[in-house]
Design a protein around this ligand. Structure first.
Ligand SMILES: N[C@@H](CCC(=O)N[C@@H](CS)C(=O)NCC(=O)O)C(=O)O
Length: 217
């Protein structure tokens, strides 16, 4: 088995995949997606239909979309770890993963690129709409965590946590957690999880590329 991950260690969705690889103890080779490398980017576009990372290459199989990458990796590792074997628990893990991707990662990936636009192209209306979606997602997650669960979908670290670790870490710099203690506590546990600590160590040499202040709350 030989796994290659097209990614950038700073990218939230790239980290989502590398957290899963580290959780499952699956060795992989990184193919760096480097915007400054024209030939590398052309090669990347041949494997990534929408130009998005991560892309996993597993032998002659190419897997796109981070959640599908994790489902594939979990199966490769024997199954039932990041995607729980119990169907109800699996549904909850997929639900949290979808909500985090759509209502946290979505607005985050719209707000951040707007910050790089040339002067005169700002979109405060779009920024406000997306900030409101993020605040709604924080409220929904706070409510979901109120049953006392340790991780995103229950007592086991799952697919739900692989994405939440990096995505919450970046998104809270756009809309702080505020008075949501359960969300804050979950995120603290994610920050201490060895697989995510390792992903953050991979990213550290690239510095802080995000045009938003570090979380102050
Ligand atoms: N739905 C995709 C989202 C992936 C995504 O947005 N990746 C970002 C990095 S965090 C990316 O590739 N951005 C590059 C670009 O949009 O040009 C997934 O889950 O894999």
């Amino acid at each position: 088995m030989s796994l290659t991950l097209w990614s950038h260690p700073y990218a939230a969705y790239g980290q989502k995949a590398s957290v899963a690889l580290y959780e499952l103890d699956l060795p992989f080779e990184l193919r760096l997606v480097d915007a400054a490398d024209a030939a590398g980017m052309a090669a990347f576009r041949t494997v990534s239909p929408f130009g998005k990372m991560p892309v996993l290459i597993d032998g002659d199989r190419r897997v796109v979309e981070s959640s599908i990458v994790i489902e594939h990796l979990d199966r490769l590792a024997g199954g039932g770890r990041l995607v729980p074997a119990d169907p109800e628990a699996a549904l909850e893990a997929r639900l949290i993963d979808r909500v985090v991707d759509t209502y946290v990662g979505g607005p985050m990936n719209r707000i951040i690129p707007r910050k790089f636009r040339p002067a005169g192209n700002e979109d405060p209306f779009g920024d406000a709409l997306d900030a409101a979606i993020l605040a709604d997602a924080w409220d929904w997650l706070e409510q979901r965590l109120s049953d006392g669960r340790t991780w995103g979908a229950g007592e086991a670290f799952t697919l739900a946590d692989c994405g939440a670790a990096p995505i919450l870490t970046y998104a809270r710099r756009l809309v702080p957690f505020g008075e949501r203690p359960l969300l804050r506590a979950w995120h603290s546990r994610l920050m201490a999880r060895p697989s995510f600590v390792r992903a953050l160590e991979d990213a550290a040499p690239f510095g802080d590329l995000m045009p938003a202040p570090p979380a102050g709350d």
